[in-house]
Design a protein around this ligand. Structure first.
Ligand code: GLA
Length: 418
């Protein structure tokens, strides 16, 4: 079983600076980094104005950058053939760049589109230990590290405050949505830009909220509860631009329209306000709402979104009270809802979750967009590796790709490294 350790920051800074010098023949202006994330709970809720609860991973993407006089951007990555991709930002259009370079170049383009015309071309080199395609937001780690670096070298002044970072998040999201063509709802970029060590970020995605009211930092100290959070990347291919994500998203929008509300968060809040702590009353009101929807698939999608929004504060309370069993139960309920109602799991995710549960996890669930990617499992300290091995054994038995694992510790958001 391959266990992915995070890169040591000092070594990573050296490596990325070396790649920069080898490629562009001069020293970079500095090095910045941004993390991947796992979402603890609150999946497919961000684009429904709901709640999510990500932590930043210790696994980060490092970027060495220098500004350029012209509008030309050159980017190189330690992945692949190490040949730089060159793009002129002047005249660049939506979807104007192919492949991985669309992510960093899209950020500069998005900042300029937002009116920050001081942003010019740049040279950038990337080194990363965030598994690519693992549903752990390697793309947000790339766009957010780029946004912070460009903010710094072009003196925009957003990186130093949470409020300012929201502007950079907008550019990172625009890069992913409009340049890379990968639909994303904001969870990943908020996590990469706003998480703090030893905390989970309770993110409230209601569009009317300002920066101050959209997040709160929730203590997330696994150690004190004798726990470990195991992440297993199933290596089942994971893509958000094949239409499935978009289809879920537009069905939620259609459902909200049918119900005459702005978004599905309104439905979740209305029911929980009227039902209070009475879970049966809440389920009964939810059934009444679902009865108003025209088809079975739409009913299932809405049931997932509403119940998943409810599970987020429930998880926060359970974890804060040290009720590990209840926290695990909520993980399980979330996965089952994503599997049966939202239908975004694949056999690899379901098998990994089942094996983790059978090997003593308090709870296990897929994390991220689904259709491949990773699972997380809440286990006793010291159990992460044996559970990961049991998953790897079962995968080998079934002829799945070999999975890889890592331990999630709530880490820091995007920052300057050197
Ligand atoms: C992907 C998207 C996020 C979010 C999750 C599901 O990671 O990029 O915005 O919608 O899926 O919770």
């Amino acid at each position: 079983m391959q266990y992915l350790e995070p890169l040591n920051a000092k070594e990573a800074v050296g490596k990325v600076a070396e790649l920069f010098v080898d490629t562009f023949g001069a020293a970079p202006k500095g090095v910045w980094s941004a993390p991947g994330r796992v979402n603890l709970i609150g999946e497919h809720t961000d684009y429904n104005a709901g709640l999510c609860l990500p932590i930043a991973l210790p696994h980060r993407t490092f970027i060495a950058v220098a500004p350029r006089e012209s509008g030309v951007a050159r980017v190189v990555s330690s992945f692949g053939d190490r040949k730089p991709v060159t793009v002129d930002l002047d005249g660049l259009k939506v979807r104007g760049v192919d492949g991985w370079a669309a992510y960093p170049i899209g950020v500069a383009w998005a900042l300029r589109q937002a009116g920050f015309e001081t942003v010019k071309g740049f040279d950038a080199a990337f080194v990363s230990c965030v598994p690519v395609g693992g549903g752990l937001s390697s793309s947000a780690a790339m766009t957010c590290s780029t946004a912070l670096a460009l903010d710094d070298i072009y003196g925009l002044g957003f990186g130093g405050s949470d409020e300012g970072r929201v502007k950079l998040i907008e550019a990172a999201m625009k890069a992913e949505n409009d340049m890379a063509g990968a639909s994303t709802g904001g969870l990943d970029q908020n996590a990469s830009m706003r998480c703090t060590p030893n905390h989970a970020l309770l993110l409230d995605c209601r569009p009317e909220l300002d920066a101050l009211h959209s997040v709160s930092q929730q203590p997330f100290d696994l150690d004190s509860l004798g726990l470990e959070l195991l992440v297993v990347d199933t290596q089942a291919s994971h893509q958000l631009n094949d239409g499935q994500y978009e289809a879920r998203r537009s069905m939620c929008e259609d459902a909200a329209k049918t119900l005459g509300v702005e978004n599905l968060r309104v439905v979740a809040d209305r029911i929980s306000q009227s039902a209070g702590d009475d879970a049966d009353a809440a389920q009964a009101s939810l059934s009444d709402v679902l009865d108003k929807l025209p088809d079975e698939t739409m009913k299932k999608r809405v049931r997932h979104v509403v119940t998943e929004i409810w599970r987020v504060p429930q998880f926060v309370h359970a974890f804060a009270a040290g009720d590990v069993k209840e926290a695990g139960r909520l993980f399980n309920a979330s996965h089952d809802s994503l599997a049966h109602d939202y239908e975004v799991t694949v056999p690899e995710l379901d098998v990994a979750v089942d094996v983790a549960r059978h090997h003593g996890a308090y709870g296990a669930r897929m994390t991220g967009g689904g259709f491949g990617g990773s699972i997380i499992a809440l286990v006793d300290k010291g159990k992460g590796r044996p559970v990961a091995q049991a998953i790897a054994d079962e995968f080998a038995h079934r002829g799945f790709h070999a999975p890889r694992a890592l331990a999630a510790v709530a880490s820091d958001s995007a920052r300057r490294e050197a």
